[in-house]
Design a protein around this ligand. Structure first.
Ligand code: DHE
Length: 519
């Protein structure tokens, strides 16, 4: 027995030693081959950060293949002639290990990354003839660029480079002149649409989720997973206004899943990944409080502070039963619907009284962040896709009942409509029918047409022109396209070649909070 235990300890010890040696060798290979572009600390440089938070979601060709064969149309070279396949596998394993030390990423460190483009000169008026309110930006994830489209002629006015792996919707200034774009590595880029020129950029987080702008256009909030903070920047000059550590009521730090602008409330609303709380952060200390029943809620220990009584960026906590990380807001921003990732439940939270007021059975992982709303039979309804089931749920926001479940040809990711259109468009992002796009009548809730523009190619995400006359659809492939459809006849009008176009964002629809678009 003693001998067996000694053998077991020996085996465990030697396998630990082998693992340690492989790790040390991989760290050395990393330092020799990768650090120059990706940073000695793996937090990125000219290349993106190589940490589990960003690598974990790599789809398609896996990490080992990228190391071996490089990435087309990027600076990433192939290493299959320099490294053996064992070394490549070990290096990939090393990159999937969490960082031992995560920098605090304090305001001073963020400020050091701030870069203002020396060639930028602000134009006095738009340098193009197109309607500046009908500009549509197309994020091209294939080669990390944005195309600036004239929404009337569909000509490309400019195509500029973005930081690596942009995620979430860019956010426009209230006058539609400037746009802010965020990458998963936490870089925030400011671009001047009038001048068709980049203004500058800085790294607000190390692994970030999305951004939101305050209703007055003065502040830009960046939701971070790494470190667990909310960074707030001045939109005027990209300086840091504050970095808020996100600590739950129980004292534990939480990642921020997303941050949203709540215009009527003059606040940011934060979804916390690891704490059963929603945070509301005041962006105008002089705004009237909108919280009916506040005292009642405070007595019950649910609401911690009135933002307006505590000044700019004061924080209010709304306690929940479990963390919610995907939100849909009603048009008046009194209510939000939230869902926990992986759950079959939607929860309605009344933001004024600060508590959960209803629950909805929503199987198949509802993707509430993509929800849209419209008027049907005098009632305000919303629709949401589901990430794990081929269906859309249509919900009455007056009493939170499910009006209809629409069967689709597979699980979808995005919905889009426009107040001037009788239809909403729903993609099928996952499964064998990822090449179809459903067009659905907003009143009958019936699918009226199923488009399959490029058999076998993923089609997803729709944006309308300012007047709702045309719908733009992404062919989400590296040699992809944006297809322009007549939004009434549903006929194709034009096809613009693009590199893996993902989201598209029309200035007017975004700054007016069009009811058919996510905010
Ligand atoms: Fe997104 C928006 C979260 C994966 C493309 N995505 C958003 C928003 C959130 C979110 C919270 C709203 C932010 C905003 O616009 O301000 N996304 C998540 C996830 O949690 C999820 C499922 C997992 C993850 O890795 O983060 C996820 N998202 C993806 C993708 O895999 C997509 C398809 C490709 C990609 O680029 O990463 C993707 N998400 C998008 C796009 C938007 C978006 C294009 C903006 C939609 C819009 O019309 O506003």
């Amino acid at each position: 027995m003693i001998r067996f235990t000694a053998l077991l300890s020996f085996l465990v010890l030697s396998s630990t030693m082998i693992t340690d040696t492989v790790q040390a060798q991989s760290a050395q290979i990393y330092a020799n081959q990768c650090a120059e572009c990706h940073g000695l600390d793996r937090l990125g440089g000219t290349g993106p950060a190589l940490i589990p938070q960003t690598l974990g979601r790599m789809r398609g060709p896996n990490l080992e293949q990228v190391i071996a064969h490089g990435r087309a149309a990027t600076q990433m070279p192939a290493f299959d002639e320099v490294l053996t396949s064992e070394q490549i596998a070990a290096l990939a394993g090393f990159l999937h290990e969490p960082l031992k030390d995560v920098p605090a990423w304090r305001p001073e460190q963020i400020t050091e990354t701030r870069w203002l483009d020396p060639d930028y000169e602000a134009a006095d008026a738009p340098v193009f003839d197109a309607d500046p309110m009908n500009i549509t930006l197309v994020v091209e994830t294939g080669d990390h660029h944005v195309s600036v489209l004239d929404g009337d002629t569909f000509n490309v006015l400019d195509r500029f480079e973005t930081p690596f792996a942009v995620h979430g919707g860019p956010k426009f200034s209230p006058d539609g002149r400037y746009v802010f774009i965020m990458s998963r590595d936490g870089w925030v880029q400011k671009y001047d649409i009038w001048s068709l020129h980049q203004v500058g950029r800085l790294r607000a987080g190390l692994n970030s989720r999305n951004i939101a702008m305050s209703v007055d256009g003065l502040h830009l909030a960046v939701a971070n997973y790494l470190p667990m903070t909310l960074t707030i920047l001045s939109t005027a000059d990209l300086t840091v206004e504050t970095v808020m550590p996100v600590i739950g009521k129980d004292g534990r730090a939480s990642r921020v899943s997303a941050v949203y602008q709540a215009p009527q409330r003059h606040s940011f609303i934060l979804a916390l990944k690891d704490a059963p709380e929603i945070w509301e952060v005041a962006t105008d200390p002089n705004a009237e409080p909108v919280y009916e029943g506040f005292v009642h809620s405070r007595e019950k220990g649910m609401v911690e502070a009135i933002p307006s009584s505590e000044g700019l960026f004061a924080r209010r906590r709304i306690m929940l039963n479990e963390p919610l990380d995907d939100f849909f807001f009603t048009d008046d921003y009194r209510h939000l619907m939230g869902a926990a990732r992986g759950s079959n439940r939607g929860v309605v939270v009344n933001l004024n009284v600060g508590r959960e007021i209803a629950e909805l059975p929503l199987p198949g992982m509802p993707h509430l962040g993509s929800g849209i709303s419209w008027e049907k039979d005098g009632r305000r309804v919303m629709a949401t896709p589901h990430l794990k089931e081929g269906m859309l749920s249509v919900i009455d926001t007056a009493d939170w009942t499910i009006l209809k479940t629409i069967k689709t040809e597979g699980p979808g990711f995005f919905l889009r409509s426009h107040e001037n259109s009788r239809y909403f468009w729903a993609d099928v992002f996952f499964g064998p029918n990822k090449d179809v796009m459903h067009v659905i009548d907003k009143q009958s809730l019936e699918i009226v047409k199923t488009l399959r523009p490029v058999p076998g190619a993923t089609v997803a995400h729709v944006e309308f022109t300012r007047d709702g006359s045309h719908a733009l659809v992404s062919v989400w492939e590296d040699d992809g396209a944006v297809i322009v459809y007549d939004a009434v006849t549903l006929e194709e009008v034009k096809r613009l070649p693009m590199r893996k176009p993902s989201g598209k964002y029309n200035v007017w629809n975004k700054i007016t909070f069009s009811e058919g678009t996510s905010h």
